[in-house]
Design a protein around this ligand. Sequence first.
Ligand SMILES: Cc1ncc(COP(=O)(O)O)c(C=O)c1O
Length: 493
Amino acid sequence: MLMLMAVAPAMSEAEADFLRRFPAWKSTAVLDQLRATDFARLDETHQVYLDYTGGNLYALRQVTQHQRDLTQHIYGNPHSENPSSQASTNQVEATRTAILDFFRAPHDEYEVIFTPNATGALRIVGESYPFTPGSRLLLSTCNHNSVLGIGEFARADKAEVDYIPLRREDLRLDETALAAQLAQARPGVRNLLAYPAQSNFSGVRHPLELIDQAHAAGWDVLLDAAAFVPSNRLDLSRWKPDFVSISFYKMFGYPTGVGCLLVRKESLARMHRPWFSGGTVELSSVVARTHVMRRDIAGFEDGTIDYLSIPAVTFGLQLMDEVGVETIHTRVACLTGWLLETLPTLRHANGAPLVRVHGPKDANLRGGTVPFSLLDPDGKVIDVSAAAALASKAGISLRMGGCFCNPGAGESAFGLQAADIRGVLERCANDGSKSARDELFERFGIQVLRASFGWCSNFNDAQSLVTFLRGFVDRTADQVGRAPGADKARESS
Ligand SMILES: Cc1ncc(COP(=O)(O)O)c(C=O)c1O
C-alpha cells in the first residue's frame, strides 16, 4: 500500500544556526504543536503576524469551546434571580475566580473588576482614586496614553503630577531621578505611582521590585500590566501592586472587549466613584435627590457587563496555563534575541546600517517588542508608511507609527524637548494644512516600525521579517518614497 507521509521541510542553515544559538527554543516545542493545530490559518493564508503587542491571536480551540458553551446554555442578563440570569452570574463569578487563580492572587486580598479593556481599568483608577490637594501622582515617562490621562483627574483634584524620566540610550527609568522622586511622597495624603511592567513602545521590562520600593516610600502603586502579561508571569502572591490593568485580547486574542482591574481590597475601600449608573447603586431616589452606592466591586461595574464574552476568558487562561507562561516567555525571548542580534548585521554596500533599533539593543530585561527605524545608505530615514505598505503587500503585519500611544518613550527615543512640541503646535495653529502629528513626525524624522512576538510566533516569522528588510538594502529614501494616503493612517496601541 502506498503511504503518503508528511515530510518535514528541510531545516534552513539560518534555522540550524538559530537553534545552536538559542538552545532553549527546543523546550517550547509544545507551541509549535499548538501553532499547527490552532493557528493553521496563519500559514494557510501566508500571513506573517508580528503585531502581538497591538493584539494577540486566539487559538482555534478558544473559539470552538466558547461557541459550544454558548450554543448549549441559556444565558440571560445577570442582574436577576431567574435560571438564565443565574447561569450568567455563575459563569461570570467563575471567571473572576479563574483570573485570581491565574495571577496567584490571594482571594482575601484581591478583587477583579471587569472593564471593557485596560483603558477602562485605568479610567476607574483615575476617576476614583482619592487625589486631594497636595497629594502626588508620579507617572513613568514610558506610560501609555491611557495611563498618562490619569494626570487629568489628578490635576482636577489639585494633586501634583510628576514624571520619571527615561535614559535616552536604552529607554529605561533614570534610577537617580526615580530615587529622588520616590523620596517625595507627601505625608497625610495618598500618593500614587503608575508605571508599565513592560513598555508597549520599547519592550523594556520595568522592574517589579519598584512596587515594594514605592510602597516602602509611602506610595500606592498602579501597575499597567497590559503589555507584560501576554508573555510574563505576574505572581500576585509575590508582588502586591494596589491596582493592575489588563486587556484580555492582548493576552490571548479572544475575547475582545473584556479587560479587568485587579485591585487590592484595602485600596478599593478608599476609592469613590464620581457617578452612579445601572448596576452600581444600591438605592437611588429622584424625589430625595440622593443615591447609595453599592459597596462591593459591583459599584465599579457600570451597567450590564459583557456576560457572554467574559466566560471566554477562562478558555484563554486555561490554554496559557496548559502550555505554560514560562514556555511562552522563553519562545518570545529566543526570537527577540535572534532579531536583535540579526538587525545590526543588515548593512548597505557602503557599510552604513539599515536599521536603527530604539531602546535596549540586547534581549536582557526586555520583552518581545522591537521598535526600529529604517535608514538609507546616507543615513536618511526611510518613510515608515511606504515601508509598512510594502510589508502589508508581503503579508507581514507590522505596526507603524511614531510612538504607539506612548509619547514619552517616543520623545525620549528621539530626544524631543518641550520647545520642539510647542513649536510644532504653534506652526500648526497658524497653518492648518497639516496635522500636528504629521508635522512633528516629519520635522524630526520620527518614523518607527514595531515588530512584536507572541505565543504562536515561530522562526519563520522572524526570518520573513529580516528577508523583507533586506529588500531595502542600497535603496535611498527617495526611491522608496511615500505611501499614498499615509497621513490619514491613525496610530494607536
Ligand atoms: C502598555 C499598555 N497599556 C495600556 C494599553 C491600553 O490597552 P487597551 O487599548 O486595550 O485599553 C495598551 C494598549 O496597547 C498598552 O500596550
